[in-house]
Design a protein around this ligand. Structure first.
Ligand code: NAD
Ligand code: GLY
Length: 350
């Protein structure tokens, strides 16, 4: 088993291995002083792994109540959030009890926000079952729900008490959803690690999952330790996301998050070449790696449309927007760009 330790406002371990789910109960009980666990999951994941998780928790002597909501981003809203916290109250969970989030980023974000706010905060455990959740959303304590106006507009920083990642759960992921998560894996390589980038280029999507998850969460762990509350360096993790958000929103969310981020990353890389911030050779390598993972690198959307959607994103601050720009494979920087320059910057990369 691989263990990555996170140091933040709450310290915790990330455990990564195949066959870990049966150990979940013992690991949760070891957090101490827990009587009841509320298992939170959704309608695709619960039928696959819910019973195994409940059995493991009960074997460890824990009382288990389960809350299962309809799968999908459309459930990450205030209505389901209120149903969940009411469920916790009706089942009399106390401050020393805990929630377990079994699922992808939707389950993790919603459960984390409920944990951050129920009784002004109780512990929660992340059990990520998508690649995106394993390498990104389960670590670092960003929790949120969506509003009609936009995604993730209500939330809190609330670190989990444990992340347990059983890599076997990724075997049931539809291929498209697995490849979506690969866009975030590639993001870490471009941000921090040229050797890791070349490893991914050599394996393609057939990479060693435990190794890749460990590398990604170690990179995320390091940045979270330096900037837990996202005021500085952590914003680098938005590589590809500002323009990607524009592509995703313009498609009315019919294009997946991973594909949108891939297009956003490729656009920024090509712009960086035109602004003489990145070599052509590096931009070509980035595009080729995205293509190797069957991810798109072009869009038909205009720079004007993309800039307008990107500016409604929460990454805007006053009259500027922070763009994450690659300077080399394994090194990026934040470019504070005036709002009126964004369209030109995007145009340069279309
Ligand atoms: P998701 O949770 O909707 O999962 C994607 C799909 O995979 C769903 O249909 C789900 O039912 C299915 N699924 C999940 N695990 C499965 C399994 N093991 N086998 C079969 N099917 C499975 O989406 P996601 O891509 O995991 O996460 C996206 C969410 O994460 C968004 O809401 C995004 O805002 C959030 N996010 C949060 C952070 C953060 O730091 N908190 C970071 C990135 C993304
Ligand atoms: N996924 C971006 C972050 O955690 O900051």
């Amino acid at each position: 088993m691989k263990t990555v330790s996170v140091t933040a406002s709450r310290n915790y371990n990330i455990l990564i291995d195949s066959g870990l789910l049966p150990q979940l109960g013992a690991q949760v009980a070891a957090l101490g002083n827990i009587q009841t666990v509320a298992l939170v999951s959704e309608t695709n994941v619960y039928p696959l792994y819910g019973k195994q998780v409940e059995d493991s928790l009960r074997r460890a002597g824990l009382n288990v109540v389960s809350f299962v909501f309809p799968a999908g981003e459309s459930s990450k809203n205030a209505h389901v959030y209120l149903e969940l916290v009411n469920f916790l109250a009706k089942n009399r969970l106390t401050r020393t009890d805990a929630l377990v989030a079994l699922g992808g980023g939707v389950v993790g974000d919603l459960t984390g926000f409920a944990a951050a706010t129920y009784l002004r905060g109780i512990r929660f455990v992340q059990v990520p079952t998508t690649l995106l959740a394993a390498v990104d959303s389960s670590v670092g304590g960003k929790t949120a729900i969506d509003l009609e106006v936009g995604k993730n507009l209500v939330g809190a920083f609330w670190q989990p008490s444990l992340v347990l990642c059983d890599t076997d759960t990724l075997d049931t992921l539809p291929r498209e959803i697995f490849l979506d998560g690969c866009a975030e894996v590639i993001k870490y390589a471009i941000l921090y690690d040229g050797d890791f980038f070349h490893y991914l280029a050599s394996t393609g999507p057939g990479f060693d999952k435990a190794y890749v998850i460990e590398r990604c969460v170690t990179m995320k762990r390091d940045v979270v330790a330096r900037d837990e509350f996202d005021t500085g360096e952590r914003r680098l993790l938005n590589l590809g996301h500002t323009v990607g958000h524009g592509v995703e929103a313009k498609s009315n969310f019919t294009l997946s998050h991973g594909k949108s981020v891939a297009i956003g990353t490729a656009i920024i890389a090509r712009s960086a070449v035109n602004y003489q911030l990145l070599s052509q050779e590096c931009a070509i390598k980035i595009e080729n790696l995205l293509r190797e993972f069957c991810l798109p690198v072009r869009t038909q959307d205009s720079a004007k449309e993309l800039a307008s959607f990107a500016l409604s994103d929460k990454k805007r601050t006053g009259d500027t927007v922070s763009l994450v720009v690659p300077r080399a494979i394994g090194r990026c920087e934040i470019l504070t760009t005036p709002v009126e320059e964004l369209e030109n910057f995007i145009q340069a990369g279309l």
